[in-house]
Design a protein around this ligand. Structure first.
Ligand SMILES: *[C@@H]1O[C@H](CO)[C@@H](O)[C@H](O)[C@H]1NC(C)=O
Ligand SMILES: CC(=O)N[C@H]1CO[C@H](CO)[C@@H](O)[C@@H]1O
Length: 507
């Protein structure tokens, strides 16, 4: 019998290794117009599916926080030949380790949307405030450590016609902040993109807009939600797909279909898949994301989630697998790929393309907190609790005294010094302005039917407050196991396991 003495560090390595597979997916990186596996240097084509099951959940639900569902669904996606999921909404405060591991085990990457309905830039009345930005930062914190986080979408169809173009300026401000934040907090340059709708009036402006200007204000990849190919009687040429390929032929960054799969003819047979992953499109596109995994009211499902929480495959699943499985685009190798195209020219500002070149400032909670501590009259708890009517309350006070300090105008490029504060903070600032300037600090003027209340200011004025900057989300990072450390831990384990394998063989 051979007596083995195992050093403590090897024991540690063994027990860590027992926790999960030793391999991790190689991060995907971008060179020019294409995605590549950063280790093998193979070109990477997105074979994706939109993943946001909502059948059994009332309202908001984070699909990457439900390990049982993840383990049910991801092997089926792998079987179908998919390598990417697009998720639209998560809750950054929940734990995603198990689902991200389950994704990785299935060889699948994540593209995650950063804006959720509750905290988003609204196309008809765009604003970019601390609530939105803090949620974005927390989401980046929660996902940047996973090696299979392929990218983030900074917006999805925000501007969707020629009347809502100002909103794109606010998205671009958030893009700038998102890219700067990733650069300062992440060990890996996770790319950031935008998903466009396919509005004929403005799609080319949007495409150019997000790929023009300064480095930090440009997306790294572009998605088009494309539903032009409906049914098997349509072809690459007649569907509009060939036209869209011309639109992007000289675009300098990777483009893919961030959603596809028209369902005017059902069950879907996905004839477009042969073009997307074949010679028609692989020179110019990087794949696509079929809409969507689970059957919902809008009838796009590949699978049906049943009441007992199991799934059954729908005809669309089988049909997609049939067309997808023979297609294996190989593309080019990263080191051999030299093509480099110029960035886009910014679209001219016209009556149907209105965003100002001057972007909204970076929202700073620290600036708003500083301002709040200088106020003597603030919104009452009752006012803050009535989130829906904050806008109405603001309109009322803005009818009485100037709201310039809290307003923003993305068309003229004029942004008030507290335009990025939360609605409740803005209301407080305005109640205080009314109380100070019009009410001459008479206690009775800080009331507004119980919506305002007096407080003791801890600062004598708000001077300098608007320039106070936030630091990166240090609290969020210190709060729990940092996913970034885990990744480093994984490669440490791989290295140790390799050493261990060698020494075991040597025995
Ligand atoms: C704006 O969009 C509408 C709806 O698509 C279209 O009818 C109109 O012609 C467009 N306006 C301009 C100036 O392009
Ligand atoms: C419309 C179209 O197919 N455009 C281009 C796609 O990519 C190839 C290779 O880079 C070009 O030669 C095509 O002109």
């Amino acid at each position: 019998m051979v007596k083995l003495t195992v050093s403590p560090i090897l024991t540690l390595a063994l027990s860590l290794a027992a926790l999960g597979p030793l391999w991790a997916l190689n991060p995907v990186s971008i060179k020019g117009t294409k995605f590549f596996d950063s280790v093998t240097q193979d070109q990477f084509f997105i074979k994706g599916v939109a993943y946001q099951p909502r059948t059994l959940a009332a309202g908001f639900s984070d699909p990457l926080s439900k390990p049982a569902d993840c383990k049910r669904d991801f092997p089926l996606m792998k079987d179908l030949g998919l390598n990417t999921v697009r998720v639209y909404q998560v809750d950054p405060s929940l734990n995603h380790d198990e689902c991200m591991k389950a994704l990785e085990n299935a060889g699948i990457y994540l593209i995650l949307d950063l804006m959720v309905p509750k905290h988003s830039i609204v196309r008809n009345n765009p604003e970019y405030d601390t609530n939105i930005w803090n949620n974005v930062r927390s989401t980046i914190d929660a996902f940047e450590g996973y090696p299979n986080t392929l990218g983030f979408f900074v917006g999805n169809e925000v501007t969707n016609d020629n009347k809502t173009t100002v909103a794109s300026g606010y998205v671009k401000a958030m893009l700038r902040d998102t890219k700067n934040y990733i650069a300062s907090t992440s060990t890996r340059k996770i790319p950031v993109g935008y998903a466009n709708n396919d509005d004929p009036d403005i799609r080319l402006q949007i495409q150019s807009y997000f790929n023009c200007g300064k480095d930090e204000e440009r997306i790294d990849f572009f998605g088009i939600n494309l539903y032009e190919w409906c049914g098997a009687s349509t072809t690459y040429k007649t569907s509009g797909y060939a036209e869209r390929t011309k639109d992007i032929a000289s675009y300098s960054i990777p483009v893919f279909l961030s959603e596809f799969g028209c369902n005017l003819v059902t069950p879907r047979t996905f004839p477009e898949v042969k073009s997307i992953f074949g010679p028609d499109m692989t020179d110019n596109w990087s794949g696509g994301i079929v809409y969507e995994w689970s059957q919902e009211d809008n009838n796009y499902g590949l699978v049906q989630v049943k009441p007992d929480n199991t799934v059954s495959l729908m005809p669309d699943y089988t049909n997609l697998k049939t067309v997808l499985s023979p297609l294996r685009p190989t593309g080019v190798k990263m080191d051999a790929f030299k093509e480099s195209l110029p960035i886009s020219t910014c679209p001219a500002i016209t009556s149907t393309w209105e965003p100002s070149e001057k972007l909204a400032p970076t929202p700073s909670s620290a600036a708003c907190d500083c301002m709040m501590s200088s106020l003597s009259c603030v919104a009452s708890d009752q006012a803050v609790a009535t989130t829906e009517s904050l806008g109405t309350l603001l309109n009322t006070v803005c009818g009485m005294t100037s709201c310039d300090d809290i307003s923003s105008n993305g068309k003229t490029g004029v942004y008030g010094k507290y335009s990025f504060c939360s609605p409740a903070q803005k209301l407080s600032y305005m109640y205080n302005a009314y109380y100070t300037n019009i009410g001459k600090k008479a206690a009775a003027t800080c009331n507004f039917n119980g919506m305002a209340k007096l407080q003791v200011a801890t600062k004598s004025s708000d001077q300098g407050c608007s320039n106070v900057k936030d630091t990166p989300n240090s609290e969020a990072k210190a709060g729990g196991p940092n996913a970034g450390d885990q990744v480093k831990g994984d490669s440490f384990m791989v290295a140790l396991a390799v050493l261990l394998g060698v020494s075991v063989l040597a025995l």
